[in-house]
Design a protein around this ligand. Structure first.
Ligand code: SF4
Ligand code: SF4
Length: 424
């Protein structure tokens, strides 16, 4: 790795705390990723991205900023990245998947709050995240109560803009969300100094659609038995989708899919044919939160789909590529987003039905419902998932956990018992 210290210093990072974070990553990555057997060769690009997670990509962001570009940080798949791209900006996902910085976060947040919220607050307050420090604006949303209130606190420490996301999917909610998307477009135009044109917006929609199509292609290939790639590797790619350059990422995912197609043709899998297949559903898993997938895949099963925002919820639907006015395209963007079945909606019956459909489509043997501690929307919605699972005879394991490693042994025991039951 190149010496990026000067760059980190210029960004105002707390170098000592940042070193601790960076030093912790390589051994974990070695164990969780590099020690896997029979990985596709084209994973080398994604390994490089992780190795350079605070290096090369941050340098790219600084170069973009030196040339007048603006960086927009986000925490939710509802924030329309197409609009940021159309104005010449760059979108970066800021959700944190690690509890470094939790002590700082607990100075301004209650202890018992979702680890994802605590993580991003901790990153900001401890000054250990170069992505955060590169942002010209961070965009929050009113999805869940914890995030909504945390953005009020965060606005004391950085430039925060909040989008009002609806709670229901009625006509009045669609009208509200459409007006929020238009207000967001105006903010982005002011920030970048660039007016969004029809051509620019159409081009941005195509680019983001292409990224989603590449991820859909990857998802389809995992239906094969044996699957040509591990669930952990697929999750890693879905996590990287939120902060890599859109076009390069799309190309690299497609190159990987070319290799995976060959593997499928030749019957080459990452695990033996007939290995127990699991669909994971629930709260997003932000990088480097690989705890539960690692437990599942080192207990003799393979994950074949993620019903998560770091998964299908992000890429399952495309924005229509119909030419028209900017207003018409914004409407299409807003409608695609309101179709996302996040647990913050009420009612949200389509999500439980989708989990059952994924279970069948991906030839799964069981579903693991994963909830981050203190995430009320997903914890309460596990009732709906359980109801559908019972009705459709889908074996279900419910897991609630946080970012600590303390419960790994206990979780492993439960996962192993569940997989044993599936074999029986
Ligand atoms: S789970 Fe809901 S609030 Fe969280 S990123 Fe996904 S859509 Fe946004
Ligand atoms: S995981 Fe749940 S509580 Fe945490 S930010 Fe997402 S929706 Fe909110």
């Amino acid at each position: 790795m190149a010496d990026w210290c000067q760059m980190w210093e210029a960004l105002g990072l707390n170098l000592e705390a940042h070193d601790q974070l960076l030093n912790a990553l390589p051994p974990i990555y070695q164990e969780v990723y590099l020690d896997q057997e029979n990985r596709p060769e084209k994973m080398d690009y994604f390994d490089l991205v992780v190795t350079e997670i605070h290096g090369l990509r941050i340098k790219e962001l600084q170069d973009i900023k030196s040339n007048g570009g603006k960086i927009v940080g986000t925490f939710c798949v509802y924030v329309p990245e197409e609009i940021v791209l159309a104005a010449g900006g760059t979108c970066i996902g800021l959700c944190g998947g690690v509890d470094v910085g939790a002590d700082e976060a607990e100075k301004v947040l209650p202890r018992n709050i979702c680890p994802l919220i605590k993580s991003f607050m901790g990153f900001k307050l401890s000054r250990i995240c170069p992505y955060f420090e590169s942002c010209d604006v961070v965009v929050g949303e009113t999805t869940c109560d914890g995030k909504k209130k945390a953005f009020e606190v965060l606005s004391d420490f950085t430039n925060v803009y909040v989008m009002e996301t609806p709670q229901r999917k009625e006509e009045s909610d669609r009208t509200l969300w459409f007006s929020e998307v238009k207000r967001f477009k105006e903010m982005i135009e002011d920030l970048t100094g660039n007016k969004i044109t029809e051509e620019g917006l159409m081009e941005a929609i195509r680019k983001v659609n292409n990224k989603r199509k590449a991820l859909q292609r990857l998802a389809e290939l995992r239906k094969a038995d044996p699957p040509p790639i591990s669930g952990k590797d697929a999750l890693l790619i879905e996590q990287i989708a939120f902060y890599d350059d859109v076009e390069r990422f799309t190309q690299k995912v497609n190159e990987l899919c070319d290799e995976l197609e060959e593997r499928v043709k030749q019957g080459v899998g990452v695990v033996p044919k007939g290995t127990t297949r699991i669909v994971v559903s629930g709260t997003p898993m932000a990088i480097p939160n690989w705890k539960v997938p690692h437990i599942i895949e080192t207990s003799g099963a393979v994950i074949v789909a993620e019903e998560l925002c770091t998964g299908l919820r992000y890429f399952q639907d495309l924005t229509p590529e119909a030419n028209g006015s900017v207003e018409a395209m914004l409407k299409n963007i807003a409608e695609r987003h309101i179709g996302i079945d996040c647990a913050v909606y009420t009612p949200n019956t389509e999500r439980a039905e989708k989990v059952a459909r994924l279970f069948r489509e991906y030839g799964a043997h069981g579903v693991v419902h994963y909830v981050l501690s203190f995430c009320d929307p997903y914890a309460v919605e596990s009732y709906q998932i359980e109801k559908v699972a019972k009705k459709e005879n889908i074996p279900l394991l419910k897991i609630e956990t946080d970012y600590s490693q303390e419960d790994v042994g206990q979780l492993k025991t439960r996962v192993e018992a569940f997989l044993e039951m599936l074999k029986g």
